[in-house]
Design a protein. Structure first.
Length: 376
């Protein structure tokens, strides 16, 4: 197989939301960039498809809250560049376990981010499709991202900045070269100064086929098949994005949700079975669907609880749910987005671009190496 390209500055492997954002931000810095995606545009085999993802800033810690805040103007810049609306502000609410709600309120307060804490009865008057049991944290700088449109817009912006975006090209191996890397694909070899691995659930396989020394050591990554479901709304209620933390009246696992073009989506966070990304059945687990139906029947009077339409998507999770975004030599890895990475994508893309350029340092939370498991 011959070399099909002249040398480029950066090859990004993986055209999900993270790789697409990394390609955009690197190209925006004037680098020559090729983005390679093994499947067709808009495919549903990874983690970045569908009509909705929550955008919110209320995290327990200041680090993630600040990172989500950094992503906000970049989402808006993306919209301006591409003329595509991807982020709709609806506000977000947290309710349930009082400790979870109040710690997030404290973090928002410490960073000067607008928010309010409402009595549950007042919250029910405002969001009539929902039931609340405890104090409700609301912050308005939150809402929903359209997932498919976001990925499309990020790739469009990458192209406008000069990147080449190629679908249906799978990377088989990456070799270290005297200077930079050689990326072996099923259509040829690309020489590059740097490789960015943003391969989602395929990251381990890709790294196993990467002959770079020293090799980055990643924390364990668990891939699970998750199944949120959409429900048909039965009122004209407005829907914030929401997280219901277990620990008050809710005694089962926590639930996230939001309104979307496909209905009101709710899901459990990371409860699905472990799978290999190339050998999964996409079939919903009936018990899991029933749990969502039961939740909707009790907590969401604004939907038809019998109308569940399940979907299938992958989580790739680190032991502490913190991402891996780190560089070693001529390789940067952006992986392990642990079921909450979408909202941050342009800020992560900017971080990757900085790591590739060598002008930023990896945040401690995102470094290679082992991680302590978080006990839920
Ligand atoms: C059900 C569900 C709900 C979620 N809800 C939210 C939410 O509300 N808010 C939020 O912020 N986040 C949410 N997330 C998480 C978020 O969607 C993910 O963190 C994010 O999409 C991960 O993107 P990624 O680019 O890392 O992975 P992916 O989207 O999987 O992209 C990786 C890409 O790499 C490609 N690839 C792999 N190997 C190769 C190769 N060798 N050659 C070429 N291409 C390759 C794959 O085909 C794939 O397209 C949710 C995730 C799921 C599953």
């Amino acid at each position: 197989m011959g070399v099909v390209d002249g040398r480029v500055d950066v090859v990004v492997v993986g055209g999900g939301v993270i790789g697409s954002a990394a390609a955009w931000r690197s190209a925006a810095r004037g680098r020559s960039v090729v983005l390679l995606e093994q499947f067709e545009p808009g495919h549903a085999r990874g983690a970045s498809h569908g009509t909705s993802r929550i955008y919110r800033q209320a995290y327990e810690d200041g680090f993630h809250t600040t990172l989500a805040g950094r992503a906000f103007p970049l989402w808006r810049t993306l919209e301006e560049i591409t003329g595509t609306r991807v982020l709709t502000l609806t506000g977000a609410v947290d309710h349930g376990h009082p400790g979870c709600v109040l710690s997030r309120a404290e973090t928002l307060a410490s960073l000067g981010i607008a928010h309010e804490v409402l009595d549950p009865k007042d919250a029910e008057k405002r969001w009539t499709g929902m039931r609340f049991d405890t104090a409700v944290l609301h912050h308005p700088a939150a809402g929903r991202l359209h997932a498919d449109l976001s990925v499309q817009a990020l790739q469009d912006a990458a192209r406008r900045a000069g990147a080449e975006v190629r679908h249906r090209v799978a990377v088989r191996e990456i070799h270290g070269a005297a200077s930079g890397v050689e990326v072996v694909t099923d259509t040829g070899v690309i020489r590059a100064g740097h490789a960015v691995l943003a391969a989602g659930a395929w990251t381990r396989t890709l790294l196993a086929n990467t002959n770079i020394r020293p090799a980055p050591v990643l924390p364990p990554l668990r891939t699970t098949q998750e199944q949120p479901a959409h429900f048909v709304p039965v009122t004209d209620a407005t829907w914030p994005s929401f997280v219901h933390h277990p620990g008050s009246e809710l005694t089962t696992t926590g639930i996230y949700g939001l309104g979307s073009a496909s209905g009101v989506k709710i899901g459990e966070h990371g409860t699905g079975p472990e799978v290999h990304p190339d050998a999964r059945d996409f079939r919903p687990d009936p018990d899991g669907v029933q749990r969502l139906v039961d939740y909707a029947a009790v907590w969401l009077p604004g939907v038809d609880a019998s109308s569940a339409a399940p979907d299938s998507c992958l989580y790739t999770t680190t032991p502490d749910s913190r991402f891996v975004v780190d560089r070693l030599g001529d390789v940067t890895v952006a992986a392990g987005f642990s079921g909450h990475g979408f909202k941050f994508a342009p800020a992560v893309g900017e971080l990757v671009a900085g790591l590739v350029a060598g002008d930023v340092r990896t945040p401690r939370a995102f470094r290679f190496g082992p991680r302590q498991a978080v006990v839920a």
